[in-house]
Design a protein around this ligand. Structure first.
Ligand code: NCD
Ligand code: ZN
Length: 349
């Protein structure tokens, strides 16, 4: 049994950092483990142009603990009104590496999202020309059953789009189904997916174990065990089409433990440890480095990190909560329970 694992420093290719005091509360967790992260633009109001993205990046850098070398990679929020010019400006501004598609109403803060992908074709063509990837929240927003929204989105929107714009780089974010795995595996070059820890470690039973579990609610929602197995197999296969994206999405406890609780799971306190646990369960710890540290930068055309992190088998107990907003803490994934692996020099030391 392996008790110690050294891997190239990982990056997080899908992360929510929020803003103001929430940002200051969560960003140290990510900066401790990951060298870079793709920062999602779904603030209120959303980040829709280069000026806003660079200003947000400055606020992130200011919130970092001194001495950290964390590099936030910024994204724009695609709306029906995003012009090709906005994309060109973002590409030449530096630090902005992708554009996020939220179908309007699909998830947290997606009200300004795209109502019809056809409205954005000229903009997507410019992205394809510039090599700027489209990051996709892949769920339809109609009355489709909540467990079938990803499959329906692939059939109805994503597969036709990938055919229509063969040069556009696309990341299907936080995949949850065997259908998404099959789509990405069989797709053309320039097609990849991120995978969260929760979709590797839990199936939809976790939403209802012993009672309703708001802290296990995220979007896309947890799925049937057969889908979890398919996603786990893909992530641990060694294929460069699947890489790490925690989708750590903090919400204060009062917003989660609520009659209409928010979607989003906070996992940044133990991002890489959760993945190590999932990979070990699959007997594929040897594939963790490809997934966590190589496939992402290779897809984005960025250099791989050169330093390393060390994971040790040293079970530790996750706190019941971490400070977040004044008198409203955050409940992390696996609060009060044990995690098998620990990254050395982790914040929880
Ligand atoms: C995310 C959030 O809270 O911003 N929530 C979630 O459940 N994943 C939005 C998203 O990525 O869908
Ligand atoms: Zn997300």
């Amino acid at each position: 049994m392996i008790d110690r694992l050294v891997i190239t420093r990982p990056d997080d290719w899908h992360l929510h950092l929020r803003d103001t005091e929430a940002l200051a509360a969560v960003v140290p967790f990510t900066a401790r483990q990951f060298r870079r992260a793709i920062v999602m633009p779904n603030l209120r109001p959303p980040v829709i142009n280069a000026g806003q993205a660079l200003a947000y990046r400055q606020r992130i850098l200011q919130a970092l603990p001194p001495g950290t070398d964390f590099d936030p990679l910024m994204t724009l929020y695609l709306t029906d009104n995003t012009t090709p010019q906005v994309i060109s400006e973002a590409a030449s501004a530096g630090h902005i590496v992708a554009v996020k598609l939220y179908p309007a109403g699909a998830t947290t803060n997606s009200d300004s999202g795209v109502t019809d992908i056809d409205n954005t074709l000229a903009t997507l063509e410019r992205m394809a020309e510039l090599g700027m990837p489209l990051l996709v929240h892949g769920e339809v927003t109609d009355n489709t059953d909540v467990f079938e929204r990803e499959q329906r989105f692939i059939d109805r929107v994503l597969a036709p789009l990938a055919r229509r714009l063969p040069e556009l780089k696309i990341v299907l974010e936080h995949i949850t189904t065997a259908d998404a795995v099959a789509f990405v595996n069989s797709g053309r070059p320039g097609l990849a997916a991120t995978v969260t820890p929760q979709h590797l470690l839990m199936n939809r039973n976790a939403l209802f174990s012993g009672g309703i579990r708001p802290h296990h609610y995220c979007l896309p929602v947890l799925k049937h065990e057969r889908h979890r197995e398919a996603v786990l197999n893909a992530a641990t296969s060694g294929s460069e089409r699947f890489f790490l994206g925690t989708d750590s999405a903090p919400h204060a406890r009062s917003a989660k433990e609520n009659p209409c609780g928010c979607a989003g799971i906070f996992s940044a306190h133990a991002g890489i440890e959760f993945y190590a646990e999932a990979f070990e369960q699959a007997g594929k710890l040897d594939k963790l480095q490809t997934f966590a540290s190589e496939a992402g930068p290779d897809f984005y055309g960025l250099p791989r990190n050169t330093d390393t992190i060390t994971l040790v088998r040293e079970p530790w107990q996750v706190p019941e909560s971490y400070p977040y907003l004044a008198n409203d803490p955050i409940v992390p994934l696996r609060a009060g329970e044990t995690i098998t692996w620990r990254m050395e020099n982790n914040l929880n030391d």
